[in-house]
Design a protein around this ligand. Structure first.
Ligand code: GUN
Ligand code: ZN
Length: 461
């Protein structure tokens, strides 16, 4: 067995440490999708961040001017990418990641998830766990997470406090369940009002906190665990407070059949949320694997956003989303880990699962639609995720004026021969390597608004 070498050359003790806060400038290979379309790639690039944590300059180092070049910390051959955006994750579930392969969704929730989430009634545990979770998420290269906590208000407070201290960009919500819940202590007669009241209190405290780095998503779990009243009131709360609204839709065949029984008046699963006033540009629905044409059209018409979670869909044997067909309609789609439905918090692993499942789908269906390439998967995981959240004016790409949410990767760790040779020169090949040969240690650093996050190991780690 060959052992993987420690990162060479740039890990010597006299290596300058990475900037912890802005302003700073980095010289590195730089790759980013662009708002206007296409991808920027600077083989020898420079990115400068101003004192407020905004990108003030990005381009080829040769064009940066001598002053900027001299002030920059040279990270070559590391690669800078926009920080990854996880559009769907369950913070308390991280601990059970990888458990229950192939179990159908409703059984898996009962067996592996509800008992686990119930342990988050202990606030101190929830706080400690969230601190660990955010470090692990940042170590995977994710700088923005749209996440669910447990049903307990205190678990959401604890998660927000941990996110505030950690520095990650987080939009979170207390899970709401008034039909089927694991909180056996709560009086069924008060559960709906209490869930709305607690969500409203959390919005007051956290939506827009940390100068807009934290946000609130009103979070009814899914139609199986929520009454029509809760869905309606939660959607009204999100609309009146300008918060996001997130839930699950059309993930698993048994779940869909159950929703049909619970909501006989609805035309289909999407219609359950439509009738509740839950569709729209601030709504992010996870999965959407088995949509019929009517549902797809309603999501597009209403500008509702979808979190595609391919590794979860494979792990729980839920099905394969016809991604290319959905994208053709103009639906706004980002990528989610759905931990622990998805076994890995790394969005590189999620991109890989997505690419493989789309290739399999194309073969099985004999469809002529072209496969998404590596750069398109990267766009889904960065700029498209930002678009889904309506945050693409601020994050999602490395462009002047945006907030400096970025990651530094060491492509040498993805080299199968461990020879620490040159990374592929072609940007498509480079991103292909990062996706299909991702290494747990390749994310060396992550910054949000130019503030370095704890989690990734740094240059010498
Ligand atoms: N549907 C309702 N709750 C969940 C959950 O926690 N994970 C997944 N994958 N689907 C859900
Ligand atoms: Zn989920």
């Amino acid at each position: 067995m060959s052992t993987r070498p420690s990162i060479p050359d740039r890990t010597s003790p006299d290596e300058p440490s990475l900037p912890a806060r802005p302003p700073f400038a980095l010289r590195a290979r730089i790759l980013s999708p662009l708002d206007a379309g296409g991808t920027a790639h600077f083989d020898d690039g420079l990115l400068a961040v101003d004192a407020h944590g905004r990108i003030e300059w990005v381009g080829a180092a040769a064009d940066a001017g001598e002053g900027r070049r001299e002030a920059a910390l040279d990270l070559r051959p590391l690669v800078l990418l926009p920080g990854l955006i996880d559009l769907h994750s369950h913070l308390p579930q991280l601990q059970n990641a990888g458990l229950g392969f192939g179990t159908d969704l409703l059984t898996w929730l009962d067996r592996y998830i509800f008992p686990l989430e119930d342990s988050f009634r202990d606030r101190a545990h929830a706080r400690r766990f969230a601190e660990t979770a955010f470090r692990a998420i940042a170590a995977a290269g994710t700088t923005t997470v749209l996440g669910y906590t447990a049903v307990f208000k205190s678990s959401a407070d604890a998660a927000f406090e941990a996110a505030e201290a950690h520095g990650i960009r987080a939009i979170l919500g207390k899970v709401m369940m008034d039909r089927l819940t694991y909180d056996a202590t709560i009086d069924p007669a008060t559960i709906l009002d209490r869930s709305i009241q607690e969500s409203a209190e959390l919005i007051d405290r956290w939506h827009g906190a940390a100068d807009g780095r934290l946000g609130y998503a009103v979070t009814p779990r899914f139609a199986v665990s929520c009454t029509g009243d809760l869905l309606r009131e939660s959607a009204a709360l999100a609309a009146s407070t300008g918060t996001w609204w997130q839930t699950h839709v059309s993930e698993d065949p048994k779940e869909i059949a159950e929703v049909r029984v619970l909501f006989p008046e609805a035309a289909d699963y999407v219609d359950v949320y439509d009738r509740a006033g839950g569709l729209g540009a601030r709504s992010i629905l996870a999965h959407a694997v088995h949509l019929n044409d009517r549902e797809l059209t309603r999501l597009v018409e209403s500008d509702t956003r979808v979190a595609h979670c391919p590794s979860s869909n494979l792990f729980l044997d839920s099905g394969v989303m016809p991604l290319a067909r959905y994208l053709e309609t103009g639906l706004t789609i980002g990528l989610g880990s759905d931990v622990a439905g998805g076994p890995d918090p790394s969005l590189f692993a999620v991109m890989r699962a997505g690419a493989y499942s789309q290739a399999a789908l194309r073969t099985l269906r004999g469809e002529g639609r072209p496969l998404l390439g590596p750069l398109e998967w990267l766009r889904l995981t960065t700029l498209d995720g930002a678009r889904a959240l309506g945050l693409d004016g601020r994050i999602g790409s490395l462009e002047v004026g945006k907030e400096a949410d970025l990651i530094a990767l060491d492509p040498r760790l993805t080299d199968p021969l461990a020879v620490a040779g040159d990374a592929p020169a072609d940007p498509v090949d480079l991103v292909s390597r990062l996706i299909f040969r991702s290494h747990p240690a390749m994310v060396r650093a992550a910054w949000v608004r130019g503030r370095q996050l704890e989690g990734p190991p740094g240059l010498a780690g």
